[in-house]
Design a protein around this ligand. Sequence first.
Ligand code: FES
Ligand code: FES
Length: 160
Amino acid sequence: MKLSFQLNGDAVTAEVPDHTTLLEMLRDEFELLGVKEGCGHGECGSCTVLVDQKSVNSCLMLAAYVNGKNVQTIEGLGGAQGRLDPLQEAFVKHGAVQCGFCTPGMVMSAKALLAENPSPSRDEIRWGMAGNLCRCTGYVKIVDAIESVCKGGCSCGKGS
Ligand code: FES
Ligand code: FES
């Protein structure tokens, strides 16, 4: 099957077998290794990417679904010359990364969460991130990092 879609801002094509998952295509065809395979069946969130701005578990989605759509992975999040996205900076600053395996999925889920709700409460952050598991950090620093992006950079008024 031949697919055409936007990937991290570029128009791309791929030819993959019908049963290929989005996770497999992103890692194997495009070498986007920031898309992690943890459980492989929708439990851990480590494979989270954005499709048309919505977070999805790429291990559960067939690659065919993204034909004509817009896909964003962690590799497409930063700016020019290696500049980090504010969420990535916040994860570093708050020590929300240990082994780092869950981090790309965490950041992409947080991106989708803040796009829908730029001023989430801590409970809303916890609820919004419930599909992403971390074996290292205990979650408090992850919530701190996401909350800080709102407080530091958005127009909700929390930070003023
Ligand atoms: S690898 Fe997709 S949810 Fe765990
Ligand atoms: S930092 Fe290790 S799994 Fe989250």
